[in-house]
Design a protein around this ligand. Structure first.
Ligand code: PMP
Length: 368
């Protein structure tokens, strides 16, 4: 029949999106034009000036008419050296979200399940669903720690090919202990993906588990990003450290030349500024302590954090009203109050001292 294509749709129309996607709401933080943006957990500090100069100089040598190094060889070698592993254990992508997506494309998909424990980073479940992967969700404890009985039950009931932990956990802040992660690693039938986007703030890392027990931790995958402590959210660079078989699987699904030449350079050069990165972590941790101390004097419930943000719940006023008051004062925080297990909660990213002052003053005013 003329003008009618496959499936009986008229030619020229836009087909309906996949029916399993229509229930998904995109993951967006409100983009409000305010002076103090403390809603997306970026570093408040720019990268080191010396890094910016080195990058500008190196970009002059990029052959822009050529595709970038498809294997990101130099960057992977530098990352591998920094973690004491081989380059075949490192996969890099455009932000850790793309790393997570690669894992789900390679190991998830139709007929497969991943497990996660809420409240946690909502993109784990979101990307899973976009890739057609089923999600089996358990709840964290009331204090947001991992409930190992729940983990065991969810894992036994769903046989997940991927199990996600986020440590330190976004948005609740606390890192899971190495003992807990080791226990979970002993329970899961598939890969254990530990998202360490905020790992440099934490007292321990699942990388230690991979290093100390190489035989029993081959299925442990550690995901990291340059977006937070490295002050490079604008460059979009993340990576994982895992068994070479996991790296090979991610390479199978990555698009050719997905990681551009400038990003590769930016990441490799950043690794020469570890001291500056550590100084940023220390400065943020100090400011985090100051914010937490002020919370203790206000009508808010708050939770300890091993990251660059704090979760808090105003006790005498509705979270949405507090959020609006803060915006009216030029301060944007994240409203998490509709997320599973987080009713009434807001999350603030630690900013520069003067930004934190402004946040604390606006919060005090709102709660007065
Ligand atoms: N994982 C977690 C836990 C995060 O909080 C974020 C950033 N919000 C990401 C991954 C993604 O970071 P990126 O894609 O910028 O590397």
């Amino acid at each position: 029949m003329a003008g009618v294509g496959a499936g009986g749709r008229a030619a020229g129309g836009v087909p309906a999106v996949r029916p399993d996607l229509t229930a998904l709401v995109g993951y967006h933080s409100a983009q409000v034009d305010v002076a103090v943006r403390l809603n997306t957990n970026e570093s408040p500090m720019p990268p080191p000036a010396a890094w910016q100069r080195a990058l500008a100089e190196a970009v002059g040598g990029v052959e822009f008419n050529r595709y970038p190094d498809r294997g990101a060889t130099a960057l992977r070698r530098a990352l591998a050296d920094s973690h004491g592993v081989g380059p075949d254990q490192v996969f890099c992508a455009n932000g850790s979200n793309e790393v997570l997506q690669s894992l789900l494309l390679a190991f998830g998909g139709s007929g497969r399940t991943c497990a996660l424990f809420e409240p946690t980073y909502t993109l784990h479940g979101h990307i899973a669903r976009v890739t057609g992967t089923q999600v089996a969700a358990g709840l964290r404890r009331h204090d947001f720690g991992l409930d190992l009985d729940v983990v065991a039950r969810v894992v036994a009931g769903s046989d997940p090919v991927l199990t996600f932990l986020c440590s330190p956990n976004n948005p609740t802040g606390r890192a899971d202990t190495l003992d807990e992660i080791t226990t979970v690693a002993g329970l899961v039938p598939g890969l254990l993906v530990v998202d360490e986007a905020y790992g440099q703030f934490a007292p321990s890392s699942a990388l230690e588990l991979r290093a100390s027990r190489p035989d029993s931790s081959r299925h442990v995958v550690v995901v990291r990003t340059f977006s937070k402590t490295w002050s490079m959210a604008g460059a979009r660079l993340g990576y994982l450290v895992a068994d070479p078989e996991v790296v090979a699987a991610c390479e199978l699904v990555a698009l050719p030349y997905h990681l551009d030449a400038v990003t590769q350079l930016a990441g490799r050069l950043a690794l020469e500024y570890v001291d500056e990165m550590n100084a940023r972590v220390a400065a943020v941790a100090e400011e985090r302590g100051r914010i937490a101390a002020t919370f203790a004097e206000l009508p808010v419930e708050s939770w300890p954090s091993d990251a660059n943000f704090l979760l808090f719940r105003p006790t005498d006023k509705e979270a949405g009203a507090v959020w609006s008051d803060l915006v009216a004062s030029g301060v944007l925080v994240r409203d998490c109050s509709t997320w599973p297990g987080l009713s009434g909660c807001l999350r603030v990213t630690v900013g520069l001292p003067e930004e934190n002052d402004r946040f604390l003053a606006a919060l005090t005013e709102s709660l007065r």
